[in-house]
Design a protein around this ligand. Sequence first.
Ligand SMILES: Nc1ncnc2c1ncn2[C@@H]1O[C@H](COP(=O)(O)OP(=O)(O)OP(=O)(O)O)[C@@H](O)[C@H]1O
Ligand SMILES: [Mg+2]
Length: 234
Amino acid sequence: MNLIEIENVYKIYKTGKIKTTVLNDINLNIKQGEILVILGPSGSGKTTMLNVISGLDKITKGKIKYKGKTISKYRDAKMTRFRKKNLGFIFQTYNLLEHLNVYENVLVGASLGKTKADVDTIIDTVGLKKHKKKYMYQLSGGEQQRVSIARALAKSPEVMFCDEPTGALDEKTGKKVLDAIVEANEKLGTTMIIVTHNPGIAQIGDRIIKMNSGKIVEEIKNKKRTNPKDIPWG
Ligand SMILES: Nc1ncnc2c1ncn2[C@@H]1O[C@H](COP(=O)(O)OP(=O)(O)OP(=O)(O)O)[C@@H](O)[C@H]1O
Ligand SMILES: [Mg+2]
């Protein structure tokens, strides 16, 4: 089943008389439960793509549907409610609450959703059981990123948007973070959309979309997902 349908989407910026087409006629369907990886060089439009699919940013032309409903025409307040209820986000920086421990940070995430996931199960899923009581300054970068994944998962989002989730991490910790993403997809069924410029990461997904200059230039179906620990890095 298609969870998200993107039809003839354009994002055009205007500065004075100059027009910049950042998304140029994008057509893409995203299936429920899949891991989709968006790959492309810097400036190709990956972050813009995530932002428009998730309604953080408005499109200039076209249509985006979520379970058949045209969300791209939602007004700001409605879009914000929709996003809070259904979507999860992981960014390159972690945006965690420093004065709360791991458990409490995840609890904050749980309080945002309509259906609350079990906080202990989620912490276990991302491999942080041992670190539950620790504060953020007591954790490594990879562990902090996994707290941010746990926090996003705790509200049981249907889709999770991950923008360069391992961008700030070395190979070993980066692979642990990818493991947590794959495990959450397998255990909780969360649809995952991962943006990266690292071609190795693409192999963990079901499908790879390559972007260049605001267009989808290639789509590759992965017959078998590669375990994050076996992918080449960088
Ligand atoms: N407000 C804006 N006005 C004009 N151009 C913009 C604006 N925001 C982004 N762009 C341009 O859109 C293009 C795509 O940006 P985007 O952030 O989506 O790239 P990206 O693929 O995520 O790159 P990176 O890998 O560096 O994060 C860039 O060339 C950028 O300069
Ligand atoms: Mg980007």
